[in-house]
Design a protein around this ligand. Structure first.
Ligand SMILES: Cc1cc2nc3c(=O)[nH]c(=O)nc-3n(C[C@H](O)[C@H](O)[C@H](O)COP(=O)(O)OP(=O)(O)OC[C@H]3O[C@@H](n4cnc5c(N)ncnc54)[C@H](O)[C@@H]3O)c2cc1C
Length: 444
């Protein structure tokens, strides 16, 4: 295999050994749903693939909220990218963060932790770097209101939630107790809804009888949104059913409410201060900054406008897939969901393989919507697929089965099923640990 790592920076001009590659080099940035799908579609192609990610693991993001609420532990919903790709011999994995792209020179600048800068050359570049939380110009909120995008975020949230109950139990100040037992979620899309429902069940079922001074079931869980209704990407009837279900399990919903401030005491929403020790941000996302490095047109959320082949027409041999891309199909944007990312990734992988074989491109990319689901605690999920709308227990079973099947590795599937079964029968959650954060092991 010809290496694609050909030179280093920022050391002063080291001698550069340029290896003339015997095979075309495909550089994929991002080992999420889209990046992994590109790599898999190139399985039989005679290419050298380099997959670069700043994390060593692929995350199954739809279950992140369960890590954040102590149902699952991080390793159950994630897998090392190296392991996922171990059997595919034409691929190498590099742990590095992308810092710059020079489409003219067909090079990418990467920083490897502990090593330093690297310049990576490519023939085809695929950007699959996803999204990150957006605070709509109020980045100062991030300190007080974590978003949910990585395993680190999920553990931070879990620690915040569990610590709040501990502090509520230990304080003698009634006001502070109430503040600790108030959980505010900003943003009522699927992540906000799923998190709110899971916190409600943690409080009313799992933690029941665990405390002596407080009753966790009396916690306030507030779901705030600036829009007219919760779950705006679902049909109104489904959103109504979810609202009912949330009220039943104790979640208070406020729509049409703008959050003006988030600080260490809570939030100010529509001019009213809500004291809360746990504010979670599930409101907005923006594209990873890698997209901007291309210097081409992006939408307001920083996603790259792509052509019909997920390409950037003005930059040859560069593709953007998954959440980082924006594309209009039949007058509507292709949604930022896992299915779209996987389909786009596969499409680009096959397209590159075709071009390398000297074949003509097939038809342009078309997203096939297989339906959307959201889960609202135990025994209740919703599904919208074309004209089909369903909700309730059977839909919840379908949700559970599909999510187990979609996990990256067999061991994830096995572990998640076991945890769910135990949790379902006992009401308990196995991952109720408060992380202590980095700590020196040196004697104190
Ligand atoms: C909490 C949550 C719940 C969700 N639930 C659902 C759901 O139920 N159903 C559904 O269909 N979709 C869901 N989604 C959306 C779905 O997860 C995304 O649409 C999907 O992950 C997009 O895939 P992607 O490959 O484009 O990006 P990602 O999966 O986000 O992968 C991007 C990768 O790029 C890497 N990366 C980013 N920047 C750099 C850099 N500078 N250098 C190197 N590497 C970099 C990241 O480390 C990451 O591995 C959810 C998302 C979240 C956050």
């Amino acid at each position: 295999m010809t290496t694609v790592l050909t030179k280093s920076f920022p050391q002063e001009k080291p001698p550069v050994t340029r290896v003339v590659p015997s095979k075309k080099r495909v550089l994929i940035i991002g080992g999420g749903f889209a990046g992994v799908a590109v790599a898999r579609a190139l399985k039989r192609a005679d290419v050298d693939i380099l997959l670069v990610d700043r994390r060593n693991h692929h995350i199954f993001q739809p279950l992140l909220y369960q890590v954040a609420t102590a149902v699952l532990s991080p390793a159950e919903i994630a897998a090392p990218i190296r392991q996922i790709e171990a059997k595919q011999k034409n691929i190498s994995v590099l742990l590095a963060e992308i810092k710059g792209i020079d489409p003219g020179a067909r090079t990418v600048e990467a920083t490897c932790p502990g090593i330093g800068g690297r310049k990576l050359e490519y023939d085809f570049l695929v950007i699959a770097t996803g999204m990150r939380p957006s605070y709509f110009g109020h980045d100062e909120f991030a300190r007080f209101a974590p978003g949910l995008k990585s395993l680190n975020d999920a553990e931070t949230i879990r620690t915040k939630i569990l610590s709040a109950f501990e502090l509520a139990e230990s304080t003698d100040d009634e006001r502070e107790r109430a503040r600790q037992m108030t959980f505010v979620l900003v943003g009522a899309g699927p992540t906000g809804v799923e998190l709110a429902a899971s916190i409600a069940q943690l409080a009313s079922v799992t933690l029941r009888n665990n405390f002596r001074k407080i009753d966790p079931a009396k916690s306030r869980i507030l779901l705030l949104d600036g829009g007219a209704r919760i779950l705006p990407t679902f049909a109104e009837s489904l959103s109504g059913r979810v609202a009912k279900r949330l009220s039943k399990i104790g979640v208070e919903i406020s729509t049409g409410v703008k959050v003006e401030k988030v600080d260490d005491q809570g939030v100010i929403a529509a001019g009213v201060r809500i004291p809360s020790a746990t504010v979670l941000w599930t409101a907005g996302v923006s594209a990873s900054p890698v997209v901007k490095m291309l210097g081409t047109k992006t939408d307001r959320a920083g996603r790259a406008f792509v052509g019909a082949f997920m390409d950037i027409p003005e930059v040859p041999n560069v593709f953007v897939v998954g959440d980082a891309a924006t594309m209009i199909q039949d007058g509507h944007p292709v949604p930022g969901v896992a299915q779209a990312a996987i389909q786009q990734g596969r499409f680009v992988g096959h397209l590159i393989a075709n071009r390398l074989r000297g074949r003509k491109d097939g038809p342009p990319f078309r997203y096939r919507d297989k339906g959307n689901m959201a889960v609202v605690g135990k025994n209740f999920a919703i599904l919208e697929a074309g004209h089909l709308r369903s909700s309730g227990f059977v839909t919840w079973l379908v949700w559970a089965a599909l999510h187990v099947l979609a996990l990256p590795q067999l061991q994830n599937r096995f572990r998640v099923q076991t945890q769910w079964l135990w949790s379902y029968l006992s009401g308990q959650r196995s991952s109720r640990l408060i992380s202590e954060g980095p700590r020196s092991s040196a004697p104190e």
